[in-house]
Design a protein around this ligand. Structure first.
Ligand SMILES: Cc1cc2nc3c(=O)[nH]c(=O)nc-3n(C[C@H](O)[C@H](O)[C@H](O)COP(=O)(O)OP(=O)(O)OC[C@H]3O[C@@H](n4cnc5c(N)ncnc54)[C@H](O)[C@@H]3O)c2cc1C
Length: 381
């Protein structure tokens, strides 16, 4: 594939490194990860060693000192290799940026180098059993006691939830308020940390190699310096600033998955015969794939434009929402049409198209549902 206008030699070198890592060290173990419900923890340390964690965190905090282009090539190669186990997208491109932008100097020095090495695996806890889209209604509370905050509540559907060592928690520091009562606090956690317990790894229809878990806080204490921004009530504003990038991350995964689906289906239909000729020779197959390839190409152009805009600091909230909603919707359409061309084999889990099908479904739900995206877009009209 031709190099994107937003990339450069350095990003491409990182792409090669990521491609080799995912293809050789991660994907061959995917079956084992599905069976245990999570990737091997040591793989995160290995990714850190290779420089694949926190690529855009400044070098003074142990990161790669790069840009979102460095994040993007890692995301693309993970999706292209078909890895659904490692929670690197949230660790790198979602949570580390919150810490780097809003963390106190002390917090950044303490946490970011360990996140970059893989010693601390990060998770983000916004969603609760009682609320997901309506974040103002969250119930988890953080109460200041001296030099600490005491956190009580629970989170659900947390990516990296089983393995994480650090969580960025959205909590109410003032329950009498809506959005302006929300704060973000970072907590280092572990199975021996008082006030912290993990629930079970949740059973999902797809992404079975990724640990999505429930987390419970019952008087979990964190230093007051772990409050992002240093002032209570900034959480909603901080999320609004950072969610555009999270949406773009989802859009990147969607486009690469779409490209994978088309390629897999072209290869399969050229190899399988029915009625004395390859499936690909039938007009319906050719037309279906021509349409899917066109959708994937148009999607790629829109995505590349969004990445370029983001690198220039020009990706507005509505366009980021458009990329997330539209590209994940297109993925759903393309992967469904491609699976159909596999016939019964498309329904078998050993065929990667079936994993793309189930893996694609979540992208319309997480990082803000596609309905919430449309609401955001409508506000800009
Ligand atoms: C595999 C997986 C991984 C996840 N990882 C994380 C994570 O790491 N951290 C985290 O915090 N969360 C995570 N989530 C949670 C995810 O972000 C939420 O599931 C999502 O935001 C939707 O919230 P909800 O499930 O409570 O659905 P609800 O908010 O209850 O929504 C249900 C339906 O109502 C619709 N709806 C809600 N509000 C509106 C509205 N205003 N207008 C129109 N329609 C509306 C929704 O679009 C949806 O169709 C994950 C979820 C999954 C399944």
């Amino acid at each position: 594939m031709a190099r994107a206008a937003w990339s450069d030699d350095e990003a491409e070198a990182l792409r090669d490194l990521a491609k080799t890592f995912f293809e050789k060290e991660v994907v061959p173990n995917e079956e084992k990860f599905v069976a245990q419900g999570h990737p091997d923890r040591a793989l995160y340390n290995r990714a850190g060693e290779l420089g694949l964690l926190c690529p855009a965190v400044p070098v003074e905090y142990g990161g790669g000192g790069g840009t979102f282009a460095h994040e993007a090539v890692i995301l693309e190669e993970q999706a292209r290799a078909g890895d659904g186990a490692m929670g690197i997208p949230v660790h790198n491109a979602v949570i580390a940026p919150y810490l780097a932008h809003f963390g106190s100097e002390e917090l950044k020095q303490r946490v970011l180098p360990r996140a970059a090495s893989g010693e601390l695996l990060l998770a983000i806890g916004m969603t609760e059993p009682g609320t997901g889209s309506d974040l103002q209604a969250l119930k988890t509370r953080a109460v200041r006691e001296g030099d600490e905050y005491v956190i009580t509540g629970s989170k659900i559907f947390i990516t990296n939830g089983w393995l994480c060592d650090g969580i960025l928690i959205a909590a109410k520091t003032d329950s009498s308020k809506g959005a302006s009562g929300v704060s973000l606090l970072f907590a280092e956690v572990g199975d021996d940390v008082p006030g912290f317990t993990r629930g079970r790894i949740l059973n999902k229809i797809g992404g079975k190699a990724q640990d999505t878990a429930e987390l419970f806080f019952d008087g979990l204490r964190v230093p007051a310096t772990n409050l992002l921004g240093g002032v209570e009530g900034q959480g909603f504003y901080q999320m609004m600033q950072m969610l555009a990038q999270e949406r773009l991350v989802t859009a990147i995964l969607a486009v690469v998955m779409m490209e994978n689906a088309v390629q897999l289906t072209v290869d399969y239909t050229k190899g399988r015969e029915a009625f004395g000729k390859p499936l690909f020779a039938m007009q319906n197959t050719k037309f279906e794939l021509a349409e899917c390839a066109t959708i994937a190409k148009v999607s790629r152009v829109f995505l590349d434009d969004c990445i370029s805009k983001h690198l220039r600091g020009e990706l507005d909230i509505a366009t980021a929402a458009m990329s997330k909603y539209w590209l994940t919707d297109q993925l759903g359409i393309v992967v469904d049409r491609c699976l159909q061309l596999f016939g019964g084999y498309g329904y078998m889990t050993e065929y990667p198209i079936s994993q793309l099908y189930t893996g694609a479904r979540i992208l319309r739900i997480l990082a803000g549902t596609n309905e919430v995206m449309k609401d955001l877009i409508a506000r800009s009209l």
